[in-house]
Design a binder for this molecule. Structure first.
Ligand code: ADP
Ligand code: AMP
Length: 215
């Protein structure tokens, strides 16, 4: 199964993608995670991406399209994958469509998480991520059992550089510039569904998993 997660920053794309990954055994592909790893490793890709990410802007389409084309052609993606944070523009969606076409494949389901903007800022400023396994937490809404420590692997939790208020506001702007065109692109496919991402995490997963199972 090949899935796409859409929604504004903080909607819960990564959180839900991890739950779906566990259920279906297919990899979660987060362009944000790949770019953050490249920055950490100080690769040329990381150097190129850093200034866009620090500003809350999108990394250029050709860069992220290249990352995705390389990643989805890996053997572990043969049985499907979940795209989390890609595509973010219509140009990216078109490029994905073309690459899948060459592989004789297609997207099976597009999950769009709808969350009122008034909840998103608090979700993002309170987000903490495991340095080791990437699991997401929230200091109040989804806290780890022991403060600052990942429940899953014991790794250290940290706050992303771009989860500061001024960068978050820029990321919302960037999202709203692209969101409608992207929705329109996928709505026409008949495989697109909006979910209430403001519900508690477990409820959102029940909704998504039952939609996937009833497909
Ligand atoms: P995205 O990948 O869409 O940017 P995340 O999955 O990282 O969003 O979630 C952002 C923050 O909101 C995290 O701190 C996460 O724990 C929290 N969160 C995710 N889904 C929910 C939810 N349904 N209710 C409350 N908090 C949530
Ligand atoms: P995310 O982890 O999905 O919140 O993404 C963090 C940042 O990485 C974004 O603000 C962008 O700067 C960059 N990024 C991630 N995915 C993409 C993408 N598909 N297109 C462009 N930039 C991206």
């Amino acid at each position: 199964m090949r899935l796409i997660m859409l929604g504004p920053p903080g909607a819960g794309k990564g959180t839900q993608a991890k739950i779906i990954t566990e259920r279906y055994g297919i990899p979660q592909i987060s362009t944000g995670d790949i770019l953050r790893q490249a920055i950490k490793d100080k690769t040329p890709l990381g150097e190129k991406a850093k200034r866009y990410m620090d500003a809350g802007d999108l990394v250029p389409d050709d860069v992220v399209i290249g990352i995705i084309n390389e990643r989805i052609s890996q053997p572990d993606c043969a049985g499907g994958f979940i795209l989390d944070g890609f595509p973010r523009t219509v140009a990216q969606a078109e490029a994905l469509c073309e690459s899948l076409g060459l592989m004789d494949a297609q997207i099976d389901f597009v999950v769009d998480l709808n969350v009122d903007a008034k909840f998103l800022l608090a979700r993002l400023t309170g987000r903490r991520v495991c340095r080791n396994c990437g699991q997401m937490y929230h200091v109040e809404m989804n806290p780890p059992r022991s403060s600052g420590v990942c429940d899953k692997c014991g790794g250290e939790l940290y706050q992303r550089d771009d989860d500061r208020e001024e960068t978050i506001l820029r990321r919302f702007d960037v999202y709203s510039q692209q969101a409608q065109a992207l929705k329109t692109f996928y709505e026409a496919s008949g495989r697109y569904k909006v979910f209430d991402g403001a519900a508690p995490i477990a409820e959102v997963s029940v909704q998504i998993l039952s939609a996937l199972e009833g497909r």
